[in-house]
Ligand binder design. Structure first.
Ligand code: BES
Ligand code: MN
Ligand code: MN
Length: 462
């Protein structure tokens, strides 16, 4: 038996233990955006550092101004590339809690009518299940051979779901320690349940929040209605004016830097046979929104967006209350592609908002720094190796896909450390990440572990 076959066999026999370990991690309520869970975030970091050290990747919990990082190292003394593995141990909040069938932090395995097994829990897919695929692959490799095929540094962060505020300073302060030949990132999805994928494009993200203020207090809508400004209406008109009737975003200069895909790429994607009926059908919808002259695969992969993630103002309780509120709020995010510049777009957005706010009213902005989109180099040698390893495991060629979501660190790896990333993940569109009843397919977990063992093996060999 070859080394890799022995490692794969060990992964298969150890699956139940791997699942038990994942459950331990998932039970820790590491919600990064809510300070009430600060202790849990630290507990998750400590659990991971101990686990890594236990398998032979010497790791420690490292302080930041926010939630701690976990950094681990394993030097092999072999000649091959040195890889950095990245994942995030933090998870999204669980609300609305009443839509969960069971406790989000009590993981369980459910067998669905078609026989597939799923692991249901917050973080099962995003990103604890995914990062554990790598840890378990490394564990099997080390246990079977006493070593890893390549030098490995591990970096786990606890603030990905809150925009990674501590990451810049941490990368700057530990540049030498963290700069490797290649980053491996497990936080993305497959093409479908049988087809593995490598994501070659990530959208950037820019968020802003507005508070529009009008009268100096809430008003009686009879005594003042018609005369006094209503901030809910101002916010509504700001939102309504962001898109034209063709779904295009109206901010001046917004599309500067948006790049059309080369024909070879669109051709490859055409061959994937994407069905927008299925894609939208699974979430109870039918008709694509977004730019009228574009396809849904473009809407989610290659085109920029403007979305309102939340809006509130005035009376929200039961029954009615005849009031004109003093202020109204909205939260916006823009997904960015190509070379779109988040700073310029923030300026254009704010100028637009100000132009819609009457002279006797005011607006406050609460946005943070944005991240740019990223396109990986299609000629990167590691891409072919990763692709081959995945194809060997899944018995099907790995697709090169775009990705609608954002992982801010991948851009920083490139721009701050000069390091390319290989984005391999085993999530599926129906995993319900960030939503109630998040799940990860047991098959994704099991074959994900096997896939990383193969990828590490392939990276070591020329
Ligand atoms: N894992 C996701 C990114 C993702 C989403 C990958 C969908 C594949 C498919 C990541 O954890 C995430 O949620 N990112 C946020 C970033 C934000 C909170 C700064 C996102 O994309 O909204
Ligand atoms: Mn994630
Ligand atoms: Mn996420």
């Amino acid at each position: 038996m070859s080394t890799i076959d022995k490692v794969l066999a060990r992964i298969d026999t150890d699956l139940d233990n791997s699942l038990a370990r994942l459950f331990e991690l998932v039970k820790i309520k590491s919600i990064s955006t809510d300070p009430a869970f600060n202790k849990d975030c630290r507990a998750a970091a400590e659990w991971l550092a101990k686990e890594l050290t236990g398998i032979g990747i010497e790791a420690s919990v490292r302080e930041t101004d926010g939630h701690p990082m976990v950094v681990g190292h394993r030097k092999t003394g072999k000649a091959g590339p040195h890889v950095l593995f990245y994942g995030h141990y933090d998870v999204q909040p669980v609300d609305p809690l009443d839509l969960w069938d069971t406790d989000p932090f009590e993981p369980r395995i459910v067998t669905r009518p078609d026989g597939t097994k799923i692991i249901v829990a917050r973080g099962s897919a995003d990103d604890k299940g995914q990062l554990m695929t790598f840890v378990e692959a490394a564990r099997a490799y080390l246990a079977e051979t006493g070593d890893l095929p390549v030098d490995v540094t591990v970096l786990f962060e606890g603030e990905e779901e809150s925009g990674s505020p501590s990451l810049h300073p941490f990368l700057t302060a530990n540049k030498d320690e963290l700069t490797c030949d290649l980053a491996l990132v497990c936080d993305t999805g497959m093409w479908d349940a049988d087809t593995p994928a490598i994501s070659v494009m990530l959208r950037g993200l820019l968020g802003d929040e507005i508070i529009v203020r009008a009268a100096s207090r809430d008003l009686h809508s009879g005594s003042y209605g018609g005369a006094a400004q209503n901030p809910n209406h101002i916010v509504a008109s700001i939102i309504a004016g962001l898109h034209d009737e063709n779904g295009h975003i109206t901010l001046p200069g917004f599309y500067d830097g948006v790049i059309e895909m080369p024909e070879e790429v669109t051709k490859m994607w055409d061959e994937l046979g994407f069905s927008s009926e299925e894609f939208l059908g699974e979430i109870g919808l039918k008709y694509p929104r977004g730019e009228r002259d574009r396809q849904p695969l473009e809407h989610i992969w290659t085109r920029p967006t403007a979305e309102v993630n939340g809006m509130w103002g005035g009376y929200q309780g039961p029954g009615s209350k005849t009031v004109i509120p003093a202020e109204a709020h909205a939260k916006f995010t823009f997904r960015l592609v190509g070379d779109q510049d988040p700073d310029k777009i923030r300026e254009a957005f704010r100028a637009y908002v100000r132009s819609k706010v009457p002279a006797d009213c005011s607006v406050e902005f609460l946005g943070k720094e944005g991240s740019r989109a990223l396109r990986l180099d299609f000629d990167m040698p590691a891409l072919e190796k990763g692709r081959k390893a995945l194809s060997d495991e899944w018995g099907k060629p790995a697709a090169l896909i775009g990705m609608g979501g954002s992982i801010p660190i991948v851009g920083d790896f490139k721009r701050m450390l000069g390091m390319d990333s290989l984005l391999i993940g085993f999530g599926l569109d129906d995993d319900q990440i960030h939503s109630p009843n998040e799940k990860y397919n047991q098959k994704s977990f099991h074959k994900g572990i096997r896939s990383w063992a193969r990828v590490l093996d392939a990276l070591a060999n020329d």
